[in-house]
Design a binder for this molecule. Sequence first.
Ligand code: ADP
Ligand code: MG
Ligand code: ZN
Length: 617
Amino acid sequence: MNEVKTPKKPLISYYCIVILLLLLFNMLVMPMISQRQVKEVDYNTFMEMTYNDNIGKVELQDNQILFTDKDNTQLYKTGLMSDPELTQRLYDHGAQFASEIQEQMSPVLSFLLSWVLPIVIFVGLGQMFTKQMMKKMGGPNSMMFGAGKSNAKVYVKSSEGIKFTDVAGEDEAKENLSEIVDYLHNPNKYRDIGASMPKGVLLVGPPGTGKTLLAKAVAGEANVPFFSMSGSEFVEMFVGMGASKVRDLFRQAKEKAPCIVFIDEIDAIGKKRDGQLSTNDEREQTLNQLLTEMDGFEDNTGVIILAATNRPDSLDPALTRPGRFDRRVPVELPDLKGREAILRVHAKKIKVAGDVDFGKIARMASGASGAELANIINEAALRAVRAGRHSATQADLEESIEVVIAGYQKKNAILTDEEKRIVAYHEIGHALVAALQSHSAPVQKITIVPRTSGALGYTMQVDEGNHYLMSKVEIENKIATLTGGRAAEEVAFGSVTTGASNDIEQATKLARAMITRYGMSEDFDMVALETVTNQYLGGDASLACSTETQTNIDRQVVALVKKQHEKAAQLLLQNRGKLDQLAQYLYEKETITGDEFMAMLNEPAAQLPQDMPGTQE
Ligand code: ADP
Ligand code: MG
Ligand code: ZN
């Protein structure tokens, strides 16, 4: 409702000001311009001018004398004097007696000047003023001046725009989209052969993988107008507004064809229409309008619709059927090569030291999205500035990975000595179990410096290459590694702490997935007991089985985790000496690298120190 009122208020005050100005104008300015300038002179001058025959017209008024010079160019006035011969003398010197020297403007002209002209000027100004205001306020979008116009931003090819080269990795997506750009540049090539372009292209993928960036790159590459709008911009408070925005957007697009329309976060309007009570009329109408519009133009008109979402499964099936968004371009989390490329693209924006190993950073940042990688680079630059360096170093980059993953180091977190020792054992437990099993990623770094995320320490494992498949043994070993922290606490202290809560969560998730989704249990064979609902956002799963089966699943999950936990404890017991030695070392140094860890682990057992720190607790 605000939108309705805001334009009115300034208008009212504007007209008040106009009326005031008009009154002032008529009182002060008009008398001045409507009268000729009168020069006041003394009686001597008047007399002299008379004797010099220099008087044109003269008028004797009650309290003053008005006269002009011979050429009638200047009007003078002077006071009255007792001068009986005045009239005679004036007559003798050729003055003309006039009754109204003061020339009055004709009443019509004066009315025009004093009222009509200013009103015209002010109304004109007012029009300009309101137009400007409407532009500022998001334009015709405000209700009073035309409801439901779309305010799509139009990008035309710009020189500093984003290009495909700014998007690293995502080669399949780029290939897909460059075909579309090519079609828009050269439609005949496609028409000749009878190929028609898809009407709609849906970019799907987890947040931060560069969907919006890709769309902008298409705009930068294509030589055609590019309309960009976010799904949420369609949803208005009033039913029908969104629909009329859609109509307006497509009307504009058809006028400008060939062109690209980009709807970001389309799930805001494209959600499944279900028969629930809490229906959202506005959203449904908007979606219906979108469906209609997409049907409304023929193939090869040159309007291509791009949309992005990270919830493709929540989209209405009508939207994703062939003929509407018929091409789906996955924009997945980058793989190792992609991560390295993204790091390099963003590193161009900052100064980095020459010896930075992007491959290693990419390996360490496994699972990071493009947005997170961009963030890592920026954090590294900030860290370099803080340290007063002129370029970001390898250490800056490595530390910033940890910042992005685990948060900043907590400067004044005060762990008691006892707690610190427990954390050291916990982390070495993870690392040791990982190292003692086959099929687990090498340990990169172990640290017990508390982080702002709440982690008191962590063990970073880094895979050498890409990992697309995981075998049953690998998952089992991973679960064992996750339980290794807690197992170490048990082995060393005989008691347990809350420190393992995150490990427990992850281990359970993995074990559950093994049974319900990966078919890795004996009893259930290849039956899907769970389906993933939100693939790109956390990956929640919903159970699809009877309650008896659920009970059975729970039992098996427990058994699976328990077995791995026992295995981990067994491994640690067998290597008790190493566990103590490494935990002591970590306790003292707080952070050790994977190489240090492996070197100590591979030392011959004979060199073990005789006293075992930690055993007395
Ligand atoms: P989303 O997929 O959520 O729309 P964005 O396109 O908004 O993600 O990406 C956010 C930011 O992450 C981008 O502005 C860019 O800096 C960075 N980014 C993401 N993916 C890439 C990529 N493939 N190459 C380069 N930068 C990327
Ligand atoms: Mg986005
Ligand atoms: Zn742990």
